[in-house]
Design a protein around this ligand. Structure first.
Ligand SMILES: Cc1cc2nc3c(=O)[nH]c(=O)nc-3n(C[C@H](O)[C@H](O)[C@H](O)COP(=O)(O)OP(=O)(O)OC[C@H]3O[C@@H](n4cnc5c(N)ncnc54)[C@H](O)[C@@H]3O)c2cc1C
Length: 288
């Protein structure tokens, strides 16, 4: 089955987009890993229609119930990959794959980079955030994936056929499980990246140094920019999504809404973004 609209995220932006998509009579699915930023928010009192404040989780639950009432399908999963396809897009959710004609990324604020000496200086000089995009530059060489979750596992699987050796660096946590003779799992913290012009090695907390051609940062969950890049959409020089007035990326049919677009992080703005992207996705499908 091919969904008309797949929405990544069930925060205010994703739910708002789904309300428009569903009322436009399109089959729509929301894929979300958790409740997003509202799960951490205490009292929300600056959003329209709340004479008495609601807690973040209460507001999130109301939104979720509203989407379910409009028969929006919801899947609890993490999206780890996004590819362009003839019909639109393929979304990887762990071992499963979903197909959709268009996608709205409403995945919340992007994760911060891990604080490791030398990381920022060596970005694009051996340090990458996308195995599909940059893995090929390291064919036949040793690479590492830095991260502990599903996304790190996905990036490692992309690199396995390309690289000679794949280190899984948990950076103080257990790295994901992956059985393969090319793989070495290391949980020791990474304290420094070494290299002048390009990345040459990582130094671990126990003093060990591991020579590397590439380091793929995949800690936490894939953000909208990571996913957009995999699907071929353009980012600006600072790695942010390039969007038109409707929230569409340079890849036709791929939209973004809410905190993942940058700017002020507020429920009201995320809801407005979601509505705009939902309506734009309907228009896109109609015109197609
Ligand atoms: C502590 C705190 C207090 C706040 N207080 C206020 C306030 O008082 N007023 C106000 O207006 N705003 C407040 N905010 C901000 C507000 O919560 C956010 O602006 C809003 O939730 C953004 O909505 P969103 O839909 O863009 O992202 P989010 O609500 O963060 O939702 C992101 C969704 O994407 C999902 N997701 C992300 N990556 C993936 C992936 N790879 N695969 C699957 N799912 C994924 C997440 O699981 C989640 O469902 C607060 C935020 C915090 C953290």
């Amino acid at each position: 089955m091919i969904y008309d609209i797949a929405i990544i995220g069930r925060g205010p932006a994703g739910i708002s987009a789904a309300l428009y998509a569903a009322r436009g009579n399109r089959n729509c699915v929301i894929i979300a890993k958790d409740g997003g930023a509202l799960e951490k928010a205490g009292a929300i009192e600056n959003y329209y229609g709340l004479p008495t404040p609601l807690s973040g989780p209460e507001l999130a639950e109301i939104g979720r119930r509203q989407a379910l009432a409009l028969r929006v399908e919801m899947i609890d999963a993490e999206v780890t990959g996004l590819d362009w396809a003839e019909h639109g897009f393929n979304l990887q959710c762990g071992a499963d794959e979903l197909q959709a004609r268009c996608v709205i990324m409403a995945s919340g604020a992007p994760l911060r980079r891990p604080k490791i000496d030398g990381l920022i200086e060596l970005e694009n000089r051996g340090v990458s955030y996308c195995a599909v995009c940059d893995g090929f530059f390291h064919r036949g060489k040793a690479v590492a994936v830095l991260g502990e979750g599903e996304y790190a596992l996905h990036e490692a699987q992309v690199l396995l056929p390309i690289a000679e050796k794949v280190y899984l660096l948990g950076n103080g946590a257990e790295p994901p499980q992956l059985q393969h003779d090319k793989v070495e799992r290391i949980s020791e913290a990474v304290v420094q990246l070494l290299g002048e012009e390009r990345l040459q090695a990582v130094r671990l907390a126990d003093g060990r140094e591991i020579e590397l051609s590439g380091l793929f940062v995949a800690s936490g969950v894939a953000g909208a920019a990571d996913l957009a890049r995999k699907a071929g959409a353009m980012l600006d020089a600072d790695g942010r999504l390039v969007l038109d007035a409707d929230g569409m990326t340079s890849e036709p049919g791929l939209f973004a809404a809410g905190d993942c677009c940058g700017g002020m992080r507020q429920v009201s703005l995320a809801v407005a973004d979601g509505a705009r992207a939902g309506m734009a996705a309907l228009r896109y499908l109609r015109e197609k």
